[in-house]
Design a protein around this ligand. Structure first.
Ligand code: DGY
Length: 327
């Protein structure tokens, strides 16, 4: 039997490429930039499996042109770049990489919260630009982190890991809102209190967004939500850019209706809203919340292990639509 053909659509660790090459005929796109949609479609012809990252969009239209494709493995926990329903309808298995990035992403979320509250980027820019002339009692004075109220919107694995850091590392009061409320034992373990979304917005000193992006969560933080927040509050987004209406956020930051924001994700990334780039009270980072080498390697291996298992008759470790396997 001819070896199965797969596409690795983004640069991956060498061991991962070797691992897959030992089992499949691998077409490897090792360029620094993502394939264009046309090139992705062309390279997918005749492939039964594909390893992607968050930069490749797997749409219903694309699937219709790739009838041999059976497995899509993304090296990301988020999968809003994949039309999961269309994949399921066509019997295409989809996998993602949960768990292995939880702690490093939570570390980064908390670091971004601290950098935002304590005005670290602003201070560094000022220092590098020669603007540090003397000491003053209110020089770059920011918001308190320890003992303040941490609000978390989206209490999945990463939200819970951020809650632990806030509660047990910084003595914060933790409130959260989520589609479904956690079990009482989980709330007790985290020291977290469930509140309605409006109450979360009103009470949080630092609001962290960690919910998945979907049609339902699109712009779920927009002008009306920002209007409920304290003028001293900070907003941190390590989820997906589309959750926040960036125009409304930029206006709120410019008019000091909230104090500051820390953003790792953007609606049109890598393009960043030009107004945000001009504001001093925003910390901007280029979608790197999970970017430690060990974590990225673990994510790449998990994506490859999913592909390997799915195409060799095994059980993929982290399927998103396992019903496809039993169909
Ligand atoms: C994820 O895993 O979803 C991160 O955002 C990286 O894309």
């Amino acid at each position: 039997m001819d070896a199965l053909k797969v596409l690795i659509a983004r640069r991956a660790p060498a061991e991962v490429v070797h691992k897959l090459s030992a089992h499949f005929v691998v077409d490897y796109h090792d360029g620094a930039e993502p394939l264009s949609p046309d090139d992705l479609r062309a390279r997918l012809q005749g492939k039964v499996g594909v390893y992607v990252t968050g930069t490749e969009r797997i749409t219903a239209e694309l699937l219709a042109t790739c009838p041999e494709l059976k497995v899509v493995c993304t090296m990301s926990v988020g999968y809003n770049h994949i039309d999961l329903d269309a994949c399921t309808a066509r019997g295409v298995l989809v996998t993602n990489t949960p768990d292995v990035l939880t702690e490093s992403t939570a570390d980064f979320g908390f670091a971004l919260l601290m950098a935002t509250a304590r005005r670290m980027s602003e201070g560094e820019r000022l220092l590098r630009d020669g603007g540090w002339k003397s000491w003053a009692w209110d020089f770059l004075a920011g918001a308190e982190v320890h003992g303040s109220t941490l609000g978390i919107l989206g209490m999945g694995r990463i939200g819970q890991a951020i809650a632990r850091r806030g509660r047990f590392g910084f003595g914060m009061k933790v409130i959260y809102h989520n589609r479904s409320r956690l079990a009482a034992e989980a709330e007790a373990e985290l020291g977290a209190r469930y509140v309605a979304k409006d109450e979360l917005l009103r009470q949080a000193d630092h609001l962290v967004l960690v919910l998945p992006y979907s049609a339902q969560s699109h712009h779920c933080i927009a002008a009306p939500e920002l209007a409920l927040m304290k003028p001293t509050a900070t907003l941190v987004n390590v989820a997906r850019g589309g959750i926040v209406d960036e125009e409304a956020l930029a206006a709120a930051l410019r008019e000091h209706r909230i104090a500051a924001a820390g953003l790792d994700v953007f609606e049109g990334e890598p393009r960043v809203n030009p107004v945000l780039l001009t504001l001093p009270n925003v910390v901007l980072t280029p979608h790197i919340a999970s970017a430690t080498l060990p974590t990225r390697q673990a994510m790449a291996h998990l994506a490859a292990d999913n592909l390997l298992a799915a195409l060799t008759g095994g059980m993929p470790p982290t399927p998103l639509n396992p019903q496809v396997l039993s169909a």
